[in-house]
Design a protein around this ligand. Structure first.
Ligand code: ZN
Length: 342
């Protein structure tokens, strides 16, 4: 038996339970989980909002951001070893769709998520298809390994467009926005401006990366452009907040022919000034998950090459104190919260 965090009932909260250690199939591995990250998705599941109630079966062990060690191999598994440290892609893909068969695994419409549709990683043990396992080099310790999933979102979004020498605007200074800012810096953007209305988050952003934090409740982006001596506007926008005003400000402050990657999810339908986007000839790309496994390759290479995201982890707690961890996350002012299962 093992310790796990479960959505046991269709109501607010998560509960610590004793559950059977998962049995693995011939193509799976069993992972002893060491560290897990709490994600915004987990907060939706904790809060049991409309999305969670529609999506998550009950009971379910939640959690999808993890690092651990392989302790058992299915009989068909090759190329992995017991004792190997790993993280892994939490999207379990189908193999039949057009995109999947074309090798674009992250675009498979039949994707199921661990901790959302299938048993998750907030547990001492996790079953994962060996295909999804990503071995960790020694340079990446368990707490960084536990946040590769959201770093992957940040990297996938940031690398959607060429950032070399570009001026980049990031709206939303949550952990993923902050990590995207660090990535933009790392790959050679000129100015990286990150906006929010939460001073704590902006402070954290400035601690993690060499960026210009802007509180848009107090300062106008037009003034920021003048201060940075930008002639026309930002070349690339990374929208991480799902906030309507943030998108409007982004469109307003982009150059003609600017490019936007959208990761933030608006709460519902939101009005967009499409004529502005047409006349500015703006390209918009929706971003989902990580490119499997290209994003993983790139982010591990960048971490080995000096990308430092560690300060984005603001809280480290034993798994038994999960309720406190969720409380910190729900405050909206924290960076990443990592739970220790060892
Ligand atoms: Zn996540």
């Amino acid at each position: 038996m093992m310790k796990a965090l479960e959505k046991s009932r269709p109501e607010v909260g998560l509960w610590q339970v004793t559950a059977p250690v998962p049995e693995i199939g011939p193509d799976d591995v069993l992972i002893r989980v060491r560290k897990t990250g709490i994600c915004g998705t987990d907060i939706h599941i904790w809060n049991w909002d409309d999305w969670a109630a529609r999506t998550v079966p009950v009971p379910l062990i939640t959690g999808h951001e993890f690092a651990g060690e392989i302790v058992e191999l299915g009989r068909n598994v090759t190329g992995l070893a017991v004792g190997q440290r790993c993280s892994g892609e939490g999207h379990l893909i189908g193999r039949d769709s057009r995109q999947s068969r074309a090798g674009k695994f992250h675009l498979d419409p039949a994707t199921r998520g661990i901790g959302v549709n299938e048993q998750g990683a907030f547990a001492e043990y996790l079953r994962l298809p060996s295909f999804n396992v990503v071995p960790l080099p020694d340079a990446i310790d368990d707490e960084i390994g536990a946040i590769l999933d959201p770093l992957g979102n940040a990297v996938h979004t940031a690398l959607s467009f060429d950032l070399v020498g570009e001026d980049v605007l990031i709206t939303g200074a949550g952990p993923i926005g902050i990590m995207a800012a660090a990535v933009a810096r790392h790959v050679g953007a000129r100015h990286v401006v990150i906006t929010d209305v939460n001073p704590t988050r902006l402070e954290l952003a400035a601690k993690v990366a060499d960026v210009v934090p802007v509180n848009v409740a107090q300062e106008d982006l037009g003034d920021v452009k003048a201060r940075l001596k930008m002639r026309e506007g930002f070349d690339v926008g990374l929208e991480m907040s799902g906030n309507q005003q943030a998108l409007d400000q982004m469109v307003e402050n982009l150059v003609m022919g600017g490019r936007i990657a959208l990761l933030g999810i608006p709460p519902g339908k939101s009005p967009v000034d499409w004529s502005r986007i047409v006349f500015k000839a703006i390209t918009i790309k929706g971003v989902y998950g990580r490119e499997i496994f290209e994003t993983w390759y790139k982010m591990i290479a960048m971490l080995e090459n000096g990308l430092n995201i560690r300060p984005v982890i603001t809280h480290r707690l034993p798994a038994d104190d999960f309720a406190q961890g969720f409380e910190i996350m729900r405050s909206g002012s924290s960076g990443k919260v990592v739970l220790d299962w060892s």
